[in-house]
Write a protein that binds this ligand. Structure first.
Ligand code: BGC
Length: 707
């Protein structure tokens, strides 16, 4: 603290503003930047942090400029989007969420942090914890899915993973929970569009993950690009100051999204950069990512009396504090010599990637692939697309180090002939459907590698249609028409609405963007080396017209009844999803029985013991996932039909029986009251346990909370 006050006292106003300005390096993915300008700005202490510079040599050179050639000599922070891996790329967050395994989430963040820190990165713009219920929105791929409980667990696990035992450790990076908040609810799924949310949905759905990240000690928070009810998040005093800083007690750094402060003018709430900067600083945004607003606008804002010096100092103090916590003043080149065990990280990538693959349908027994297969056709634009496997954010991930589906299968099946043919390209043209069909006719089985390119999801990746882009459907139907066994593999950053494929293909798997080890992981599942475990972290719609779609719907006065009018349904499509949240088949089959909840009558301070027996009814060893939901059927505010409270995984040998149990604190049955503080209302609650959110498959028992 003493050091920080001393430094603060020695800085000029311009240098203080520099500490709050983050500029992009020339290697920029996000924004344009010139290396010469950047170096000049570092020397003049006009920037205090840099984004998109990594690599030990590059970072060292820039850091040396700051320390040895700028007047204050304050080290720089280096920020990068290490979203799902650095050099080794793990599955995209949406895929990884489908493991429902906080230990895995933490381990991959740990491994990514170690690689990134060794490359000079001190700050990651992750985890992204936006709840996503509308898969038109491209950033669904970066999210942990539709559920606030999962998002909260994910936020905490990722924060622990990135930050490790402490920010000073060589292998730690400071984490940033983003995008605060409600970004997943953009109007009609359209990127950057306005958000209109009830305060209740904000508190029940979108804020819990940020509270969890703060509770886990997250170093930074990034406001979203959007406005919520007309108040842009980059100027949102009630949420950034009131909820985040005051109610949650967040003392860390708030970093704007890229160029979001100047964009306050485009939002129509600021006339110029001085006003935009003043709005952002007053809302508590400490770092201007992009840097142009604060550098131009803050001194004018001071001159015009729009902000006061203490407000500027408060932000500078927080930035210096983060540098102190990272140990940058004592070791500005921290972490850059730490060796990173590449083989172990690759092994982890394969383990997590295969665990994330979701077997959506298995209509005829084509999986695992029969050992006697001698000829397979691998068809579709994603068959040998190594680069696409990396997904939309892949930091330092390299296509030449990623394993394509073809390469993975070739290694796994050395005695099987695999003919590969793209047939069509990703978005557009029929190139070689005839050649692809020739392959398929000559093979015993075809594997269709369909889906989206990595650039079709992620930021600015909204889509109004959720089908296969380009001519892929024509290709797939022509292969299906041949009448031989067909397996579909869907590479995508969102659920795709393909009812025709789910009806006709023998099996379909969601393989998302699985990262560096994609091909090997897919081969592990197809050959049965690994029995699939991935479960859907969101409801998979049948039609785009059903979105937003999620299991935690509120009851209506007229619940949906198939085929009946005047109920909450559609005339043309069932109200249910194609696949419910939590769905994911396995080569084993599991049955749940004997749900027990004790005691049946319980006081507020107590816990409920919930247990259920799980039987592997097949001969194949496998792993089941069991979901614990609650339902509050009578409350002062209508509660959702199901609320997720826990997930357990259990590995069972063929024929084996086991059980899973939870100690559910009664406090977990509370909901935000009228003041949005937790409110526990006595009465009857249903405890529901199942292998997905499909209401028909749930075991239920009731307990009563007594005053
Ligand atoms: C994205 C952020 C990202 C930032 C820096 C923005 O466009 O919205 O998620 O962290 O760029 O790359």
């Amino acid at each position: 603290m003493e050091r920080i006050e001393r430094l603060l006292g020695a800085l000029t106003v311009t240098e203080k503003i520099g500490q709050l300005s983050m500029a992009a390096a020339a290697r920029a993915v996000t924004g344009p930047g010139s290396q010469r300008d950047l170096e000049k700005d570092i020397r003049s202490a006009a920037v205090g942090s840099v984004l998109n510079a990594w690599g030990s040599a590059e970072v060292r050179a820039l850091q040396r400029l700051a320390i040895e050639h700028s007047r204050p000599g304050i080290p720089l922070l280096f920020g990068l989007d290490v979203i799902h891996g650095h050099r080794t790329v793990f599955p995209v967050p949406l895929a990884e969420a489908g493991l429902f395994d906080p230990d895995s989430w933490e381990q991959t963040a740990r491994a990514a942090a170690a690689e990134a820190a060794a490359d000079g990165v001190s700050l990651t713009f992750a985890p992204m914890v936006d709840v996503a219920r509308d898969p038109r929105w491209g950033r669904t791929v970066e999210s942990p899915g539709e559920d606030p409980w999962v998002a909260s667990e994910f936020a905490a696990a990722k924060t622990r993973g990135f930050q490790g035992a402490g920010l000073r450790a060589d292998s730690s990076v400071a984490a940033t929970a983003k995008h605060f908040c409600g970004y997943g609810a953009v109007t009609a799924g359209r990127e950057y569009a306005s958000v209109d949310l009830s305060e209740r949905t904000l508190h029940e759905v979108h804020l819990p993950a940020f509270a969890a990240a703060v509770a886990a000690g997250v170093a930074a928070v990034m406001p979203a690009f959007i406005d919520v009810g007309g108040v842009p998040m980059s100027a949102n005093v009630p949420l950034l100051q009131g909820w985040l800083r005051v109610r949650q007690g967040f003392h860390g750094v708030v970093i704007s999204d890229y160029n979001a402060i100047p964009e306050l003018c485009a939002h129509g709430v600021a006339a110029d950069l001085a006003e935009a900067s003043a709005l952002a600083l007053r809302a508590g945004i400490d770092i201007d990512m992009g840097g142009s607003a604060y550098r131009t606008g803050l001194s004018q804002a001071l001159d015009r009396g729009l902000i006061e010096h203490w407000q500027l100092d408060a932000s500078v103090r927080r930035v210096l504090m983060l540098k102190e916590m990272l140990g940058l003043f004592d070791r500005p080149y921290r972490g850059q010599e730490a060796p990173v065990p590449a083989a172990a990280t690759r092994a982890l990538a394969r383990q997590v990637a295969r665990g994330a693959i979701t077997l959506l349908t298995h209509r005829r027994p084509v999986l695992p692939l029969a050992a006697h297969l001698r000829r397979i056709a691998l068809i579709g634009p994603l068959a040998s697309a190594a680069q696409e496997m990396l997904g939309p954010w892949h930091a330092d991930g390299r296509a030449e180090e990623a394993i394509s589906i073809l390469a993975g299968l070739q290694t796994a099946l050395p005695r099987c002939r695999i003919d590969s043919s793209a047939g069509v390209d990703l978005t557009g043209q029929r190139r070689g459907i005839a050649a692809a069909l020739e392959c398929a006719r000559a093979a015993e089985l075809s594997i269709l590698c369909l889906g989206e390119g990595s650039a079709m999801s992620g930021e600015a990746g909204s889509r109004a249609e959720l089908g296969l882009p380009g001519e892929q459907r024509a290709l797939a139907e022509a292969v299906l028409d041949i009448g031989r066994p067909v397996i579909g593999l869907l590479t995508s950053g969102r659920p795709l609405t393909l009812p025709w494929l789910f009806e006709r293909a023998d099996a379909v798997l969601a393989t998302w963007f699985l990262g560096s080890e994609a091909g090997d992981a897919i081969a592990d599942v197809l050959t049965g080396t690994f029995n699939p475990t991935g479960k859907l972290p969101l409801s998979w719609p049948r039609q785009v017209g059903q979105v937003p779609i999620f299991f935690a719907q509120r009851p209506t006065g007229r619940p949906a009844r198939a085929g009946e009018r005047l109920t909450s349904s559609y005339l043309d499509v069932p109200a249910t999803p194609q696949f419910p949240f939590g769905h994911g088949l396995s080569y084993s089959s599991f049955a749940l029985r004997d749900l027990r909840c004790t005691p049946r009558s319980v006081k507020a301070a107590a816990a409920i013991e919930v247990s259920v027996s799980v039987h592997n009814e097949s001969a194949t060893a496998g792993e089941a996932s069991v979901f614990l939901f609650v339902r509050d059927p009578l409350a002062s505010i209508a509660r959702p039909l199901l609320e997720l409270k826990g997930v357990r995984r259990i590995a069972l040998a063929g024929g084996e029986r086991g059980s899973v149990a939870w100690q559910l604190p009664v406090a977990a049955l509370a909901f935000p009251g009228v003041d949005f503080e937790p409110l526990l209302e006595p009465g009857v609650f249903e405890i529901c346990v199942g292998q997905s959110a499909d209401a028909d498959g749930l075991l239920r028992c009731s307990i009563e909370v007594v005053p």
